[in-house]
Design a protein around this ligand. Structure first.
Ligand code: SAM
Length: 453
């Protein structure tokens, strides 16, 4: 009998693992990216591990929209549904809406998961809910709360406060473009050590392996790839030939424009993505002093420097605010201050960040950003350069910090970014600012300031 045979079949390990991970995320408040690197069951085949993490990342991203649809189709009290049944429904609906899995297979797998991981009768519930939504797939119910921010936040699965924030600043069309971008599979930036391997050689090698990749249109030593897996498997990173780095981060280093033989301070440096690019641009001649307050993260800078064969980098665990007193004579040619920020420019890459951020984070971070700017400014020699950068699109952490800083420090002036980065990414005030849907990279900001006296 086909039914009896189907239920004896082994459950698909990737889907079973996805349900287990969803449970861990909810009960332990675990971060998705940490789980993905450390939490997978050991005996899982690599392909199943990849699929499980893709399910979990996608479901995490789309959770609010999935909840909305499931609540419409479920005949009981959705808010009282047992968590495990909800995870199975998330997975089934996610597969139906966002993957190439044939609908019949997605439905069948979800029903089997419910029968075996929840209880035999739960299969019927899953079958009914998913079939209802499958029938409506081309005209799904839409939120109509009467509040534009709330409707967009549900439809694109973001917290309402974030959408309110962006609507007020960017208007509905730009906000919707950003919300869409945050849910799409982004390009990943990869820096090529072009002093060791030509960019076109890397592109050919990736093409041979069927990896979608293209040269960066804005940086001659970067490429963009749709999947990082093959690069990691190829061990090109361990060999020091490639580094995963968003193009927006690369452009910040171009804006700093370090030269050989200079003394550079990378003031908030871990894990060292920009530090190693700075040293590479200096052909490893000069001094790059890399500070970070977290000792464990400082180890990552050292590891990256070693891997990439860069000896001009000296990394130290220290709170930046103590550096001017610890090293009263330190006067650098250039200082990069890549501050801790809300990270709201990188939501496309970090599936769960949107759910961890709170509006209150902003005021705390802004205060720290001001303090770090004060310390960094004291490390710049007269005539030297200070670059302040973030990976957020929030003006409070960007333009507003620089305007306030300039009001306190008349001996610093803005140098327009046009000479170092594409003009389309330069604001009227001369700052570097990317817009993810337009530039197809993370949202980032940087200001280049010159100390005049
Ligand atoms: C945006 S990340 C830096 C990313 C890094 N520049 C890169 O490109 O790889 C901000 C860093 O600031 C560090 N940080 C936070 N508070 C600090 C402080 N008071 N002093 C020094 N570093 C600090 C954090 O540990 C974090 O590594």
């Amino acid at each position: 009998m086909p039914r009896a045979r189907a239920s004896r079949k082994r459950l698909d390990p990737a889907r079973r693992e996805a349900v287990r991970l969803l449970q861990r995320i909810e009960t332990d408040q675990a971060y998705v990216n940490r789980l993905i690197s450390a939490g997978l069951t050991d005996e899982l085949e690599p392909e199943a591990g990849r699929r499980a993490t893709e399910y979990v990342a996608g479901i995490t991203r789309w959770r609010r929209w999935l909840d909305f649809l499931l609540a419409q189709a479920y005949r009981g009290r959705y808010d009282k549904m047992e968590p495990r049944l909800r995870y199975v429904l998330y997975l089934g609906l996610y597969e139906l809406l966002f993957t190439d899995t044939p609908p019949y297979a997605a439905l069948h797998e979800a029903v089997e998961l419910a029968r075996r991981l929840v209880r035999p009768q739960a299969g019927a519930v899953v079958n009914a809910v998913l079939r209802t939504l499958l029938r409506q797939r081309d005209f799904l119910p839409q939120p109509q709360t009467g509040d534009t921010a709330e409707d967009l936040a549900i439809r694109y699965s973001h917290p309402t406060w974030m959408v309110q924030h962006w609507l007020a600043r960017y208007g509905p069309a730009e906000t919707e473009a950003l919300l869409r971008y945050n849910n799409e599979r982004p390009w990943f930036g990869v820096r090529v050590r072009t002093d060791r391997i030509a960019r076109h050689v890397v592109l050919h090698r990736l093409a041979d392996r069927g990896v979608e990749a293209e040269p960066s249109p804005v940086l001659d030593d970067f490429i963009r790839v749709r999947r990082l897996g093959p690069i990691l498997e190829d061990r090109l990173i361990e060999k020091g030939l490639l580094a995963v780095q968003d193009e927006s981060a690369g452009l910040v280093v171009r804006l700093l424009d370090p030269h050989p033989e200079e003394t550079i301070v990378d003031a908030c440096a871990a894990p060292g993505g920009k530090t190693t690019y700075i040293a590479t641009r200096m052909r490893d001649h000069g001094r790059v002093l890399a500070f970070d307050v977290h000792a464990r993260r400082v180890e990552l800078i050292r590891k990256a420097a070693l891997q990439q064969g860069l000896t001009s980098i000296v990394a130290e665990a220290v709170d930046l605010r103590e550096v001017p007193t610890r090293y009263p004579d330190l006067q650098a040619d250039r200082v990069l201050l890549d501050v801790p920020c809300t990270g709201l420019g990188v939501l496309a890459k970090r599936a769960d960040l949107r759910w961890h951020r709170q509006p209150e984070d902003l005021s705390e971070l802004v205060q720290l950003q001001d303090e770090l700017l004060e310390a960094a400014a004291r490390l710049v020699r007269p005539g030297g350069v200070l670059v302040y950068s973030t990976c957020t699109i929030e003006p409070e952490e960007n333009e507003e910090r620089i305007r306030a800083f300039l009001a306190r420090h008349p001996n610093f002036t803005v140098e327009r970014a046009d000479a170092w980065v594409p003009a389309a990414m330069v604001t009227a005030e001369g700052f570097f600012a990317t817009w993810p849907p337009r530039d197809q990279m993370d949202g980032a900001f940087a200001a280049r300031l010159r100390r005049t006296s």
